[in-house]
Design a protein around this ligand. Structure first.
Ligand code: ARG
Length: 449
């Protein structure tokens, strides 16, 4: 009896050819699994294509809701932005797909799972590591990496020879992955790190130039770190309790209209390569901005500081495919515990590419106007500051007295810098700073004038 493999099937050229190749060349019974995370594939058409390509079974499913609630919300609460920027759309989608591959494999009695990643990126790591974490007995095959080895042209010929139902569209100039949390765009001309991304790379967002001249103001409400409602300030009745999915979809549309959420970065891939990546992630960028603003209001300063290092670690784990690990779960437990007071409302102005926080409120706000004010009603104890500073400065004064001052280069090196320019008027002329080349002799030829 043929061994069964559950293949993550997008319905594109690569995975359509892979269904046939796995059947013909490797002798598998192929079960195709298509997961919708919000790129709105036509699930019915994809199902038909899988079966027509020779799959013995085709599963399709809409996983948008669990994707948002079980993967995106935890990452949002953690403040997880890889290299401080990338909201991790692709990286968050992979473990969900891997989990479904494993669960369908169990249901089907399959001994293998497969996916369409190449041998060069992070996605292969994410799939393989996640599958191993969920069921170490399962074997993983990535045809594009593990033996199928066809160029695009060869795949098209293979599909024609085998009568596979593919639409030969003009080749996309980019490699794109898309879900509700964002759109990842790479390759093609984007590989020139100096080149401004052409407008055709973007699908969700207006450019700053074409975004509306007028701004939109929105109010986002959070309960324990989770966004629960979105309101347009201009229409007090509009918006509201549409659920997680509607909220993210609406923010993607509105943010995209105002050109919010474009990211252009050099990214450190897990496989050791630096690559130039473009993202569109209006909802994720707006939600991270708002969530952070609310945390600034309600989190104790020490928690805020410590949590930002947890955020960086959490983002790295997600990026590197370590979603299903004890370490991620434990960091998640800390994050969850920090969110008990992260409830309230943040007002954001969307305008010409920016999402600017313009107000926030919470019943748990630690911001006390009577302590902060410079006006009448000030309750801050100014005299207490004197003793506070005396103790804060104590170790510094002790060290300076015993070991000498930590200043090594005085600013006023000698009296020649102080020039008398009039009666009682002294002017200080500091020595010219010396400019040193960062790396002597190395000049970027792209930047040569
Ligand atoms: N560089 C991003 C990441 O590793 C996006 C990868 C997108 N995949 C693709 N096939 N374009 O998360």
């Amino acid at each position: 009896m043929a061994e069964k493999i559950v293949l993550a099937f997008s319905g594109g050229l690569d995975t359509t050819v892979a269904v046939k190749w796995l059947t013909e060349t490797r002798g598998f019974d192929v079960v195709a699994l298509t997961v919708d995370l919000g790129s709105q594939p036509n699930l019915k058409a994809i199902r038909e294509r899988a079966l027509a390509a020779g799959a013995v079974q085709s599963y399709v499913l809409d996983a948008r809701q669990p994707f948002i609630e079980r993967f995106c919300w935890p990452a949002l609460k953690a403040g997880a932005l890889y290299q401080g920027q990338y909201p991790l759309a692709t990286a968050l989608g992979r473990p969900l797909i891997a989990q479904l591959l494993v669960e369908v494999a169990a249901r089907e009695g399959a001994t293998w799972v497969g996916h369409g990643s190449t041998g060069k990126g992070n996605d292969q790591v994410r799939f393989d590591v996640a599958v191993g974490a969920l069921n170490p007995q399962l074997k993983v095959l990535a045809p594009l990496r593990d033996g199928m080895a066809m160029t695009r042209e060869q795949e098209i010929v293979y599909a024609q020879v085998h009568d596979l139902p593919i639409e030969v569209k003009a080749e996309s100039p980019y490699s794109v992955d898309e879900n509700l949390w964002g759109r990842s765009i790479e390759a093609g001309v984007l590989e020139d790190a100096l080149l401004k991304p052409p407008e055709d790379a973007f699908r969700w967002t207006s450019s700053v130039d074409t975004a509306p001249a007028g701004s939109a103001v929105i109010e986002l409400t959070f309960e324990q770190g989770i966004p629960t409602s979105l309101r347009r300030s201009a229409s007090p009745s509009g918006g509201g309790q549409g659920g997680a999915l509607a909220l993210v979809e609406e923010l993607n549309l509105l943010g995209g209209l105002h050109g919010v959420g474009r990211i252009d970065m050099i990214e450190d891939r897990f496989v050791g390569i630096k690559s130039r990546e473009i993202y569109e992630a209006p909802a994720a960028v707006i939600l991270h901005t708002a969530h952070r603003a609310l945390e600034d209001l309600v989190l104790d300063a020490e928690v805020g500081r410590f949590k930002s290092s947890v955020a960086a670690e959490y983002a790295r784990l997600v990026y590197q495919g370590k979603w299903f690990t004890g370490h991620r779960r434990d960091l998640g437990a800390y994050v969850q515990s920090t969110q008990s007071a992260v409830s309230g409302t943040v007002r954001i102005k969307l305008h010409k590419g920016s999402a600017q926080v313009i107000g926030r409120s919470s019943p748990y706000s630690l911001y006390r106007p009577q302590l902060a004010t410079y006006s009448a009603g000030d309750q801050f104890d100014h005299q207490a500051a004197v003793g506070f500073i005396k103790l804060v400065g104590l170790p510094v004064r002790t060290q300076a007295a015993v070991q000498g001052s930590a200043v090594t280069e005085p600013l006023l090196e000698d009296d020649r810098h102080v020039v008398e320019v009039g009666p009682g008027a002294l002017e200080v002329r500091l020595a010219e700073p010396v400019l040193r080349a960062a790396v002597p002799g190395v000049v970027d030829p792209n930047l040569r004038g």
